[in-house]
Design a protein around this ligand. Structure first.
Ligand code: ZN
Length: 429
């Protein structure tokens, strides 16, 4: 594996400080040196390393997506996602995994698969080099109840092959379900604790009993697995904290009790609201029959307002809010994920710096990799992006693939920057 020396780059190192001009040396899989250079200073070449003159480009850690569904296939309904035959579906997942890397997401946290083993197979294929994709944590299907979010079976066709989620009722079935996914090799169990208005079960409704949730968490922990919850309702958010569910997706409807609980346990949880889903379902899904009036009728406009207020309150209380959430619907296609960062700035009131940190420094613990990723520091794994422009001045540029000049994962270029004669890159004027 060739070593790489980036020179003349503006380094955002993930620590929250202003970027600085310098050099970054990558040797093998790791970042081995980060040095500041002063203006006009020439960097010393490193023997055996390919030298890339960054011409002032912005160098930052690869981004980490906290709520990813490779198997959502950019369709407008759960049925349309689930009914894809398994053979086509696994190919779809492989193609989408590459798309995430193309767009600068070098790590993704799987948040549920549309069939039992899709996530596990893709994670394994990425890890053994069969396919190209980001670092990935594999999830189970969504665990749900009869009639709940993810039970897409018809009354006369109750076979589980027709179900989007894994349907259980009672503690014994829950235990069996968790064990089955543990056997398949998932990293995390996904449990649907609240409804989702588009499916007919309102977002503020909750499903499962406390006993069923307790069994899920106990059994998952016994197998060393993490639990993540779809939790839009206030009751479901509180259950996540009371029962130790580490990853909370959506968290739209909070009250003071929920916020106090979250704040008291803020280093034990991650929140990924998936604002793009709410915004686009509310306002940009007319082409698929969900006009703004229809969305309002479903309650999404009210939920969007509630979610934004909840995220503002969580931000004030120092609760970790991460990007990602249900990309892979027709109106939130895969690859547009950096819109979440724009919404964090425009809607939640984060500074661009906070938004960048939510996609980098906080992503390491979300991936259960601590500080090995999410930083440009000596000893960290070399997941690196080279950006044309300054995301701290305009966070939206991260949505533009043309501005993502290079993507490196694990010390190897997924996409190398355009290099001209004598190793000098010249993309800026
Ligand atoms: Zn989701």
């Amino acid at each position: 594996m060739a070593d790489t020396l980036f020179t003349n780059v503006r380094i955002f190192d993930g620590g929250g400080e202003a970027p600085f001009i310098g050099d970054v040396l990558v040797q093998g899989r790791h970042i081995s040196r980060v040095v500041r250079t002063s203006q006009g200073q020439r960097s010393q070449p490193v023997q055996g390393a390919q030298q890339i003159d960054g011409a002032g480009a912005f160098l930052m850690p690869g981004m980490i997506e906290a709520h990813t569904h490779f198997s959502w296939n950019d369709q407008p309904s759960l049925d349309a996602i689930q009914r894809m035959p398994p053979e086509e579906h696994i190919l779809w997942c492989a193609e989408v995994a590459k798309r995430y890397l193309d767009m600068g997401w070098t790590s993704c946290v799987g948040a549920a698969a549309a069939k039992p083993r899709l996530d596990v197979v893709i994670r394994n294929a990425i890890n053994d080099g069969t396919i190209v994709g980001p670092r990935y944590l594999a999830a189970s299907q969504e665990i749900t109840v009869p009639g709940g979010l993810g039970d897409t079976t018809a009354p006369h066709l109750p076979q589980h092959e027709f179900a989007f989620g894994a349907i259980v009722s009672g503690c014994d079935e829950m235990r069996r379900c968790v064990r089955m996914f543990a056997k398949y090799g998932v990293d995390s169990l996904k449990i649907n604790l609240s409804g989702e208005s588009i499916t007919g079960m309102p977002s503020e409704m909750s499903q499962f009993t406390e006993d069923e949730i307790r069994v899920c968490v106990q059994e998952a922990k016994a197998w060393g697995k993490r639990v993540a919850a779809h939790a839009r309702s206030s009751w479901s958010i509180k259950q996540c904290i009371k029962q130790g569910i580490e990853v909370i997706y959506h968290a739209s409807f909070t009250d003071e009790e929920a916020l106090d609980l979250l704040e008291a346990h803020k280093f034990e949880h991650f929140v990924a609201p998936g604002l793009a889903w709410l915004i686009n379902t509310s306002h940009h899904a007319s082409e698929w029959g969900i006009t703004p009036e229809v969305a309002r009728g479903m309650g999404y406009h009210r939920e969007l307002e509630a979610a934004i207020e909840s995220m503002k309150a969580m931000r004030r209380r120092g609760i970790r809010i991460l990007p990602g959430g249900d990309y892979g619907f027709a109106w939130t296609p895969h690859g547009t994920n950096a819109k979440d960062l724009q919404y964090f700035v425009e809607q939640v009131g984060m500074s661009p710096m906070e938004a960048l940190l939510s996609a980098t420094a906080w992503g390491g613990p979300m991936m259960r990799m601590g500080k090995q990723i999410g930083y440009i520091r000596e000893g960290c794994l070399a997941d690196i992006l080279l950006i044309d422009g300054d995301p701290l001045a305009d966070i939206r540029i991260l949505q533009d693939q043309a501005r993502i000049l290079a993507v490196m994962k694990d010390g190897q270029f997924h996409r190398a920057p355009p290099v001209r004669a004598r190793g000098a890159t010249r993309w800026s004027a």
